[in-house]
Design a binder for this molecule. Structure first.
Ligand SMILES: [Zn+2]
Length: 245
């Protein structure tokens, strides 16, 4: 397949989103990224076209492993991370820029011209990286924020930005479950701060600090240690809070 990003058509359901054809990593290398994933907001797609042209001009190539994700897929990825089936952090549904059709994951290790150069080209066209390193976890993740969303992030924080971006394309899938999860995580964070002085930031975001605190709690109360604030762990928390009054 050709080494380029081709805009196919407007998405029929998501506002301002287009279907694209880009080289993916699934099946035979260079096969188009599966259609359900291959969606971007139009300015992001246009910027990616320019990146491809530059990369090809320099003799490189770029294969993508991910782009648009549904709320369900995002939630499953999050649960895989919580359960330790996946080492790189995935946020819960409604807090990933992938759900907003503004993120890509690239194969950073096979570009022909080096990840450093590919990153420069992505950055030049408005694609931001989220981690500074060129090799560690999530070094492959890039997102298209433009100044509007960059300012939003500075004011309201990353999860709120991701959620607002998702709403902006009319993607409300998973909102209800996302809201419930954030409420529950907020409660877990507050409770662990109270019960084991976990000193967590209470933000409803099940991040690595929260998981570590859950593990410490499970260890202290001799529960099964899995880092998941599941029904048994939450029951124990509730009992302890009740007994504290
Ligand atoms: Zn990503």
């Amino acid at each position: 397949m050709e080494m380029k990003c081709e805009i196919i058509e407007n998405d029929s359901r998501l506002i301002g989103v287009v279907s694209v054809k880009v080289p993916g990593i699934y099946g035979r290398r260079g096969n188009p990224l599966p259609r359900r994933m291959a969606k971007l907001v139009r300015p992001a797609a246009v910027a990616l076209q320019k990146v491809y042209r530059n990369i090809v001009r320099e003799g490189g190539h770029l294969f993508l492993s991910d782009m648009f994700r549904s709320a369900d897929q995002q939630q499953r990825a999050h649960e895989d991370w919580i359960k330790g089936r996946k080492s790189a952090f995935s946020p819960p549904c409604c807090s990933s820029v992938h759900e907003a059709a503004r993120a890509i994951d690239i194969d950073a290790f096979d570009t022909g011209i080096g990840h450093r150069r590919v990153r420069q080209l992505l950055n030049q066209h408005g694609w931001t990286h989220v981690v500074a390193t060129l090799t560690g976890a999530e070094c492959w993740h890039y997102e298209f924020r433009q100044s509007k969303w960059e300012n939003y992030r500075k004011q309201h924080g990353y999860p709120a930005m991701a959620h607002a971006m998702k709403e902006a394309i009319g993607n409300t899938a998973g909102n209800e479950i996302g809201r419930k999860i954030r409420e529950q995580v907020t409660w877990v964070q507050k409770s662990l701060n109270r019960l084991i002085a976990a000193r967590l930031r209470v933000n409803g975001n099940y991040d690595a600090h929260t998981r570590a605190a859950v593990i410490a709690f499970q260890n202290k109360y001799r529960l099964q240690i899995d880092g998941v604030a599941g029904p048994i762990t939450r029951k124990k928390i509730r009992e302890l809070l009740d007994s504290k009054g």
